[in-house]
Every structure is written in C-alpha cells, then in structure tokens.
Ligand binder design. Structure first.
Ligand SMILES: [Zn+2]
Length: 295
C-alpha cells in the first residue's frame, strides 16, 4: 500500500524532485538507521548517477565555515546508532560505489547487542509504563532505572560487534561520530550526565577503533536544548546533527545541522524523503484531518 501511495505521489512531485536534484547552493544531508541492502543500494546508485559527490564531516565543516567553496552537488550520508546492518548491508554498497559515510555509534549498544528502546519494546506490556513513548520524555536517570528493572532482552544481536566496527573502520569508507553511550536524550540529562555519557562513548570508541570520535555528534532522537549544545561545544565537537528536515547551507549553525531521513521504502519514497517532501506532505494531511475532526 505504502509503495502504491509513493508511486502516485512521485508522479505529482516528480518536477520538484528534478529541481531539487539540480540544487548545488546547499549540502544534501541524509541519514538512515537499520538499512536493508536493496533500497539503500538503489538510492545510492541514483545519487551517484545524478553526479553527487559524497563528503565527510570535515568537508561539511570546511564548507559551512566558508573555508571551502560550495562548488558542486555535495551529499553527506550518515547512520545513527550502530545497527548490525551497517556492516552487513551498508558497507558492501559503500565499497561498490566508493563513497564515504558517517556512523554515529551509541557504544552501550555495541557492548550489549541491543539498545534500551529495543528492550523496552519487547516489554511493551510492562506495568512500569503506560506507553513506551513516555520513556523518551522522562529524566534520564528515571528512564535508566525503569530499563534496568525490565526482564532481560531476548533475541538475536541487532548491533554491530567490536570486530565489525573495526572492519568497517579498516574499509576506509567509514568515519565515526559520537551518539552517547546509552543513547540518552541529550535534553533529559543534567550537564554532568551528558558529559559522562559522551566521555564513555569516546573511550569505548578509542578502545575499538583508536579514535575518540569527538569531531561530530548526533543528538539521539534529535533531542536537544541549550544545555546539551553547551556541553557539546565544551567537549570540543565541531559539528552536531539533528533530525530537523532541511539542507545544510554555508553559514549554518554547526550545532544544529539538518538531515533528512531515508528508510527501507521504494526509491520513489526515498527520493521524496531525502528532499524533505514526504514528511511535511503527510503532516499537512494529518493536520487537515485533525481540523476536520474538530469541526
Ligand atoms: Zn539514535
């Protein structure tokens, strides 16, 4: 069904996508999570065929700070969390097209083999919370306590292990960023808590790949507030990525970088996603329905 909707919408958005694909006055910034190979490979092939140059965070920084010109069509590709598919499905495509990507790693996931939200989802009938959504909105210490009390995570490993991270690093196509140790909501932590979380991730990454990953940060779940930005700056990060839809332009705030998410849908859907057309369209539809229901 979703595929049919995507194909119909693509028909209406085709001209707009063509126009977006010619744009070279801003960096196209796109990210994924748990990626299947086929839709990812199709999207990368499309971008390569449309003359995009894939760039690293260092290049993003040079461009937005005006040290290097925005002289062609650039794309910055990143992945959040450290899913096992990063090694199994993403790496072969990076190698095939010779393109770089940034992996933002939540290091406790690498240790445990799962993320706290996967454990929460498995225990979604728990008496400890009404809805899983609540866990993203409460103070971090409270969330961690609830997660600790839940029955153990069951199931296969969903994150990369240390060896896979090392191989990803050795491939020469991956660079790494900090995503905190326990995938904490930056705005639900005290400054000290967030600082400790970032340090733990840095230390763990230093032990695994020999780099402490303190150049670029990705706010887990996109959550940020003034305190978290201050911590990131104090730690010496040069860039931080959000999940706000949009492009990256010269002169942009380096601690508020926009990114558009792609997923495992068909190519037509992903093109609408990466150019920031899909989500706003459905949000407008949702608002319309809400207005109708209020009448
Ligand atoms: Zn994340």
């Amino acid at each position: 069904m979703r595929k049919i909707i995507a194909k119909i919408l693509y028909f209406f958005f085709y001209k707009k996508i063509e126009k977006c694909s010619l744009r070279h006055d801003a960096i196209l910034s796109i990210y994924g999570h748990d990626q299947q190979r086929e839709p990812f490979e199709k999207l990368m092939a499309w971008l390569v065929n449309h003359d995009y140059t894939f760039i690293t965070p260092e290049k993003v920084y040079s461009i937005i700070s005006g040290k290097e010109p925005l002289d062609k069509k650039y794309v910055w590709l990143s992945f959040d969390d450290g899913w096992k598919s990063g090694y199994d499905n993403v790496l072969p495509v990076l190698e095939k097209f010779h393109i770089p990507a940034t992996f933002f790693i939540a290091s406790k996931g690498i240790e445990d083999g799962y993320y706290w939200y996967s454990k929460a989802f498995q225990n979604r009938e728990s008496d400890l919370y009404d809805k899983i959504d609540v866990l993203w909105k409460i103070p971090n210490a409270e969330r961690a306590k609830i997660i600790d009390q839940l029955p153990a995570y069951k199931g296969p490993r969903i994150t990369m292990n240390e060896e896979e991270l090392q191989k990803l690093n050795m491939s020469g196509f991956a660079n790494f960023g900090n995503h905190t140790h326990d995938h904490v909501m930056s705005d639900k932590c005290s400054k000290q808590e967030l600082s400790d979380e970032i340090d733990k991730c840095s230390l763990k990454m230093k032990n695994i790949i020999g780099d402490d990953c303190t150049f670029v940060y990705s706010y887990p779940n996109g959550n940020l507030d003034q305190n978290s930005v201050e911590v990131i700056k104090e730690k010496g990060f040069k860039l931080a990525a959000t999940v706000k839809i949009g492009w990256i332009k010269q002169g942009d705030n380096p601690y508020d970088l926009h990114r558009n998410e792609f997923n495992n849908g068909c190519l037509e859907e992903n093109l609408m996603q990466i150019y920031g057309l899909w989500t706003p369209f459905f949000n407008r539809i949702k608002r319309l329905f809400r207005m109708k229901n209020h009448k």
